[in-house]
Design a protein around this ligand. Structure first.
Ligand SMILES: *Cc1c(COP(=O)(O)O)cnc(C)c1O
Length: 467
């Protein structure tokens, strides 16, 4: 018998899960009443649940399984590393071959002169590191008052207190006394919902210039850095207008504030280049990495910093009082290295740029013909559908936001396709190895899901736009 198939019946698993396991971003009461779906195995782009149902994973787990499931090489590397050196720290003036090799690979892949990596266990931890990096960078140059980090409403940078403070998710700030001090927020470049009568290009400039206004208002001598995702992921795959990033770059250069680009989702091929910074021609001082770095096979994150910052840390900063027990964990590093080897040797990023990415784009955008879809946007292998009752008006539904998205998601799961809903947007971020025929299947299932959703909305009287 296959050990991984040897599990308890679904209902027993659900009962135990309800009794003893707390889930992230979940309403515990509601979840336990409904019962979790138990995933037992996966191969390629497909998951299997405990009842034997097959699901096409349109989300690559949580935006992370870039090389797809079931790559034996990663398991073999992990087993070897666990036998040879399962753990050692990098605190005591010590290092080990896997962390050295991964650092070398990352320095080679990362844009510009981003050559030095500080490791963390996750993207959230890495962004916490970034807060301390940028503030200590300025303090080390006798500018301790440069502490403010400007971030964006509806950005996502993780769930620790620091990272969630950088994020601009109001629902997260509402719990646990967030944000921390000295984080300021500007509006997001979300043209579809917030652009009004402006063209996307005008709107992109307007939103970027809020950064300049905020720097001017606070005083340049107070501002340490600006942080943003190239494309907002968790916020709903919000792709900025073409004018946005060049203007942000101009402003960061002009005021010499550090630019932290959170590449946790966009990094490692998702936008069709190794990093979103290349896709949008951004010159970051720091990038945050996690997720696709190991394709999710091991938990690992990190920050890659420019030579300019590294030099201050070498020459002036003294001891950096920061680090994690698992910074540069040998097994996680070895697995991440193997993942990068596969991404490189199998030309997976090029395939996204030249072949499957454009193919998905064409198919995905064809969904905008559907009566429920106001916009079907896509960047590389991340896409969103704006569900609306009134296509020309770009107005939200009259029902509470998320009502329609949730209905659509339920149909999608029932059809065997994992799509996530963010409010009334449906989003996808499939494994980068998805094939053309699997893309066909994804888009067919999405189409079927939209038809069923429309039917249900009509039945329930929900096809109404807000006034
Ligand atoms: C997921 C995510 C994070 C947080 O990473 P974790 O590994 O969940 O802590 C940070 N930034 C972005 C852009 C993310 O999507």
């Amino acid at each position: 018998m296959n050990l991984v198939d040897n599990h308890l019946p679904t209902q027993e698993l659900q009962a135990l899960d309800a009794a003893h396991h707390m889930h992230p971003f979940s309403d515990t009461g509601q979840l336990n009443t409904k019962g979790v779906r138990v995933i037992t195995k996966a191969q390629g782009v497909y998951l299997t649940d405990s009842d034997g149902n097959r699901l096409l994973d349109g989300m690559a787990g949580l935006w992370c399984v870039n090389i797809g499931y079931g790559r034996r090489e990663l398991g073999e590397v992990a087993a070897r590393q666990m036998t040879q050196l399962p753990y050692y720290n990098t605190f005591f003036q010590t290092s080990h071959p896997p962390v050295i090799e991964l650092s070398r690979q990352l320095a080679k892949l990362a844009p510009g002169d981003l050559n030095r990596v500080f490791f963390a266990g996750s993207g959230s931890e890495a962004n916490d590191t970034n807060i301390r990096f940028v503030r200590h960078y300025w303090a080390s140059q006798d500018k301790p008052e440069k502490t403010v980090i400007i971030a964006r409403k509806n950005g996502y940078h993780g769930s620790t207190i620091g990272a969630a403070s950088l994020g601009g998710m109001s629902a997260m700030h509402a719990q646990g006394g967030l944000p921390i001090a000295d984080i300021e927020y500007i509006n997001q470049p979300y043209w579809y919902r917030e652009g009004g009568e402006l063209s996307p290009e005008e709107f992109g400039l307007l939103r970027a210039r809020e950064l300049e206004e905020t720097i001017e208002r606070l005083g340049e001598n107070k501002v340490a850095a600006f942080i943003a995702e190239p494309v907002q992921g968790a916020g709903g795959v919000i792709i900025p207008p073409d004018t946005y990033w060049p203007e942000i770059q101009r402003i960061c250069d002009k005021y010499e504030i550090l630019l932290i680009v959170d590449e946790v989702i966009c990094g490692f091929g998702r936008t069709g280049n190794w990093f979103g910074s290349e896709t949008f021609n951004i010159k970051p001082d720091i990038i945050t990495i996690a997720k696709g770095m190991s394709s999710g096979y091991q938990p690992i994150g990190g920050s890659i910093i420019s030579e300019k910052i590294a030099k201050i840390f070498e020459d002036k900063a003294g001891e950096f009082n920061h680090g994690y027990t698992y910074s540069g964990h040998p097994v996680a590093c070895a697995v991440a290295s193997e993942n990068l080897r596969i991404l490189e040797e199998e030309n997976i990023v090029d395939r996204v740029a030249d072949d499957t990415g454009p193919y998905l784009r064409e198919k995905w955008q064809s969904l905008s013909d559907h009566p429920l879809v106001g916009e079907a946007r896509i960047c590389g292998m991340m896409g969103a559908l704006e569900l609306v009752a009134d296509k020309s008006g770009r107005k939200p539904f009259a029902s509470e936001e998320g009502t329609v998205g949730f209905i659509c998601r339920e149909h999608s799961f029932a059809n065997g396709l994992i799509m996530r809903h963010v409010g009334d947007k449906m989003i996808i971020s499939p494994p980068l190895v998805i094939s053309r025929s699997e893309i066909d299947e994804l888009v067919e299932l999405a189409h079927k899901t939209l038809d069923q959703t429309l039917e249900e909305l009509n039945k329930q009287g929900l096809m109404q736009a807000a006034k």
